[in-house]
Design a protein around this ligand. Structure first.
Ligand code: NAD
Length: 249
């Protein structure tokens, strides 16, 4: 896909690049989005119904096992060219903030350093009673295991539908959206709040806004540019258009 010259030029000259990523950014790494149908053992479940506090209260073992399966899937996955392009962009932009809704840690594995995780991380586990992160627990074979301090059930340290976002991460993300002069929204359906309002904050504060997604979303009409296609292809193309010397590297 051709990247418009003006867009490449604006990226090259940007002072603060803000980025919001969603599950689509990891799709080309083989990590299914919540809107992809699950396969195999999990085909009968709707991920949007498993990722809730109510599901955990009703069927803690089922939810624990589903996260254990996702953790293994992510451990086997590798970052794709879109993740690497974002790490490269971080090293080129004077100021750069990557805000992610993803819980898979693939941005960090691709070399991104300044990552705000809005929805937590699959690799961590916390106590379901007081939210304290727990690094280890006695292996008894129980699923979920129990908190070594208080005995409550342990759960993944992710934000489920209906739960609040970590306040510090959210306020850092809002600040970045309001101060970025170039804001990229990648691979998100734009319907999970409050993350979905960040591109609007950026647009209202005057940033140039760009969406990368194979499909239109509710955020598309706010974007100055909507690039239609997979981020693993379009992000490297955008970088190569902004910094042509990358083509010969
Ligand atoms: P989503 O599943 O709602 O939407 C995914 C979006 O990505 C869609 O708009 C789709 O068109 C787009 N997409 C698909 N393939 C793409 C590609 N190759 N390149 C670019 N875009 C592509 O995801 P969401 O908006 O992030 O919201 C769902 C919630 O699910 C989030 O809260 C997130 O925490 C969680 N989640 C995370 C992961 C992960 O960490 N990898 C995976 C699934 C869900």
């Amino acid at each position: 896909m051709h990247i418009p010259d003006e867009l490449a030029e604006r990226l090259r000259r940007a002072n603060h690049v803000g980025v919001l990523t969603g599950a689509g950014t990891s799709a080309e790494s083989g990590v299914p989005t919540f809107r992809d149908a699950l396969t195999g053992l999990w085909a009968q479940y709707d991920p949007q119904e498993l990722a809730t506090p109510e599901a955990f209260a009703r069927q803690p073992q089922l939810v624990w096992d589903w996260y254990a399966w996702r953790r293994e899937l992510v451990a086997r996955a590798t970052p794709n060219p879109g993740h690497f392009a974002l790490a490269e962009l971080e090293s080129r932009a004077p100021q750069f903030t990557l805000i992610t809704q993803n819980v898979d840690g693939l941005h960090q594995r691709a070399g991104s350093r300044n990552v705000i995780e809005l929805h937590g991380n699959l690799a961590r586990v916390k106590c379901s009673r007081d939210d304290r992160v727990v690094a280890s627990w006695p292996e008894t074979g129980e699923r979920p295991p129990h908190c070594p301090d208080c005995g409550a059930l342990l759960r993944p340290d992710v934000v489920w539908f209906g739960e609040n976002l970590p306040p510090a991460a959210l306020s850092q993300a809002v600040r970045a959206a309001r101060t970025a002069d170039f804001f990229l929204t990648i691979g998100t359906s734009g319907i999970v709040q409050p993350a979905a309002s960040l591109p609007l904050e950026a647009a209202q504060a005057g940033a140039l806004t760009v969406e990368i997604n194979p499909d239109a979303t509710p955020l598309s009409r706010w974007a100055d540019y909507a690039l239609r296609g997979p981020s693993g292809v379009l992000l490297p193309a955008l970088l190569a258009a902004a910094w042509p010397e990358l083509n010969s590297a």
